[in-house]
Design a protein around this ligand. Structure first.
Ligand code: NAD
Ligand code: MG
Length: 293
């Protein structure tokens, strides 16, 4: 048989216990997530597209950025200054595909930075066909009583406000045929009591996918969203989950293991490409089995 068993396509062994300070570095993650560096094959589905990916240095955003380049796109990635080392690796991978890579570090909680980011990406890429927003902040808390306004705000300022700011600015440049891809989570449907703030931002992103798609569809711009289940990434081991949950992370899913970021690549590519020309306002679940409802 040519097809592969999804349960054993990637390891389902326990992950080693490990902790980093947020935002966490992919370079220090053990094992390294598979972001398609060698495993993803492109077929020219985004030939000469110009893409902007936030959170493009590591894990899910990195997988999207690499897949876009392997499909023939030029890619600008945004990340935090502390993540420069991860970002440089992604630049090299994109350039090895013969594509143009633009690195733009900066904090998306800063409103003006969002406008500057979109403008710089547009000018350095020489156009803009897609904005893929992957950056996110997740810090678990044992109880609602452990939140303070600053931590609650940080989650909304990172996960929700940049959608408004980047989309507003991108509309100066995006033309009919362009796409916007947001990143929610199963948490947007099934909120966990240790992630009150995060889950609420991910529900907001689902709502924005729908309302933005209604407004922008009239301009020929499609807006869709990816909702991942548990994926192996720096976010999880840098306060996204309690340490006790790291070793068996993802094992409760129907498929019995955590996802690897490359398993999202095809969905991000599909939503940005002509293949999905009749798809807008949709949320694509890639969850290992958990239902989105
Ligand atoms: P990750 O740590 O690799 O990615 C998160 C990225 O967000 C970081 O690389 C960082 O560059 C960026 N970021 C965080 N704060 C920022 C800020 N203030 N300014 C600019 N950039 C900032 O982890 P990941 O798991 O790949 O997460 C990517 C996205 O996927 C997030 O939105 C996350 O909520 C979502 N997600 C992840 C999972 C999972 O299990 N890993 C599940 C569902 C959804
Ligand atoms: Mg990172």
């Amino acid at each position: 048989m040519a097809s592969q068993d999804p349960r054993t396509k990637f390891s389902n062994a326990d992950f080693p216990q490990q902790e980093q300070q947020a935002p966490g570095l992919q370079q220090q993650l053990d094992p390294k997530p598979d972001c398609g560096e060698t495993s993803y094959k492109g077929y020219g589905r985004l030939k000469d597209y110009k893409m902007l990916v936030t959170g493009g240095d590591s894990a899910i955003g990195r997988a999207a950025a690499i897949a876009y380049a392997k499909e023939g796109a030029d890619v600008a990635i945004n990340y935090l200054p502390d993540e420069e080392e991860d970002a440089k690796e992604v630049k090299e991978i994109i350039e090895n595909e013969g594509r143009h890579a633009v690195l733009i570090s900066g904090d998306l909680r800063n409103e003006q930075f969002n406008y500057d980011l979109v403008e710089e990406a547009y000018h350095k890429l020489g156009g803009l066909d897609n904005v893929t927003l992957v950056a996110g902040h997740q810090q678990y808390k044992n109880s609602i009583k452990d939140f303070d306004t600053a931590s609650f705000s940080e989650t909304f300022e990172t996960n929700v406000y940049p959608i408004f700011w980047t989309v507003q600015k991108a509309l100066d440049y995006l033309q009919a045929g362009a796409t916007i891809t947001l990143t929610s989570s199963v948490q947007g449907y099934n909120p966990s009591p240790i992630l009150h703030d995060y889950a609420a931002t991910k529900a907001a992103i689902i709502s924005l996918t729908k309302s933005l798609s209604e407004e922008l569809g009239a301009k020929g711009i499609r807006v869709n969203c990816v909702a991942p289940g548990p994926f192996w990434s720096p976010l999880q081991i840098s306060g996204g989950q309690p340490q006790s949950k790291i070793p068996t992370f993802g094992q409760k899913e129907v498929l019995g293991r955590a996802g690897q970021p490359v398993e999202l690549s095809g969905v991000y590519v599909h939503l940005a490409s002509e293949e999905s020309s009749y798809t807008t306002g949709q949320v694509y679940g890639v969850t290992g089995g958990t239902q989105l409802d």
